[in-house]
Structures are given as structure tokens and as C-alpha cells.
Design a protein. Structure first.
Length: 179
């Protein structure tokens, strides 16, 4: 009986430490030092929630840049990869359909979904590939849209981690601010 009581006390102490105190401390530190990121890097426009810098949103209008495809149709609850391997007929069919929609010269990140299905970024090449369509739809010069893409392009973190990338939501919000 003594061993059972000892085990229960250890269980309660560890549950309180790791299940209550540690999460509360980490939440407090995150709120104190990284409040914007801890709250989902939300983007508010005209007092309304417009999205998150961290989660891709569906854009289909020719007036906007399009994100990478999503295996979960941009739903956060069901996010994830399609888990289709390189020999999958379904994956080949999906890519062929996207290639028919975008053209045979479309960058690979417009043809394939990211691992999470919610990647908010596209490559600068994928953004540049869409410039003519967006410029035509908005009746804005290609040079203006190109300059905007260049301005929104993020460089690798610390100059060497990752690849250059373009946040689609930020780019589309900047487009809406053009007048």
C-alpha cells in the first residue's frame, strides 16, 4: 500500500508540474515576449480578421496571387499531406490537372502541395510566374506588380537558412492597397 500511495503522489506532482505549471509558464513567457506569434500571427484589416501570416488561405480570383495547392482544401483541422507517393496514380492525376490549369511551364510549388497543406509561402519564381495574370486582371503595369513581388519577397533567415519566399497573404494585401 505504501508503494501505491508513493506512486500516486509522484503521479499528482508530475501531473501538476508538467501538465499545469509548465504549460502556464510557457504560455506566459510566449505572451510576454512573443505575443503576436503566440496568438497566431493574425492579420487584421479594417478591424476584421483577414487571416494569419502562418496559414495559407484560398485565393482563386485572377486578381490575386494563388498559394500552393492544399491536400485539405486549406482547412486547418484536416491539414496535412496527401500521403501519396511518387508512384501514385492519384498524385500524377492531381499534378496533371494542375498542369492543365496552370500550363506546362508552371513552377513546381504551384503543382504540388506542401507537407502541411497550409504553407503560406510560394517561391519568388511562382510569384513571378503569376505576375502577368494579376497585372492584366487588375489593369496595372507588370513593372508595378513585379516591384511589389520584389518588395514582399523574404530572404533566407539570417541570410542562409532556407530559401527566398513570398507570403501570399501579405502580397495580396499589398495588392489591395495599390490604387
Amino acid at each position: 500500500m505504501k508503494t501505491v500511495l508513493q506512486s500516486l503522489r509522484i503521479y499528482v506532482v508530475l501531473t501538476v508540474l508538467t501538465g499545469v505549471l509548465y504549460p502556464l509558464a510557457m504560455t506566459g513567457i510566449a505572451q510576454l515576449f512573443f505575443a503576436r506569434q503566440a496568438n497566431g500571427s493574425r492579420v487584421v484589416q479594417n478591424g476584421q480578421l483577414a487571416g494569419s501570416e502562418l496559414i495559407a488561405q484560398k485565393f482563386e480570383s485572377p486578381r490575386y496571387f494563388w498559394p500552393r495547392p492544399s491536400a485539405a482544401d486549406y482547412a486547418t483541422v484536416a491539414s496535412g499531406a496527401s500521403n501519396k507517393g511518387p508512384t501514385s496514380a492519384d498524385l500524377k492525376k492531381s499534378i496533371d490537372e494542375r498542369r492543365a490549369k496552370f500550363g506546362s511551364d508552371a513552377p513546381v510549388d504551384l503543382l504540388t502541395a506542401s507537407g502541411s497543406g497550409l504553407d503560406p509561402h510560394i517561391s519568388p519564381e511562382a510569384a513571378r510566374w503569376q505576375i502577368a495574370r494579376v497585372a492584366t486582371a487588375r489593369k496595372v503595369s507588370i513593372e508595378t506588380i513585379s516591384a511589389l513581388v520584389d518588395r514582399i519577397t523574404e530572404q533566407p533567415q539570417f541570410g542562409f537558412l532556407g530559401e527566398p519566399r513570398v507570403n501570399v497573404l501579405q502580397l495580396n494585401r499589398a495588392l489591395d492597397q495599390l490604387r
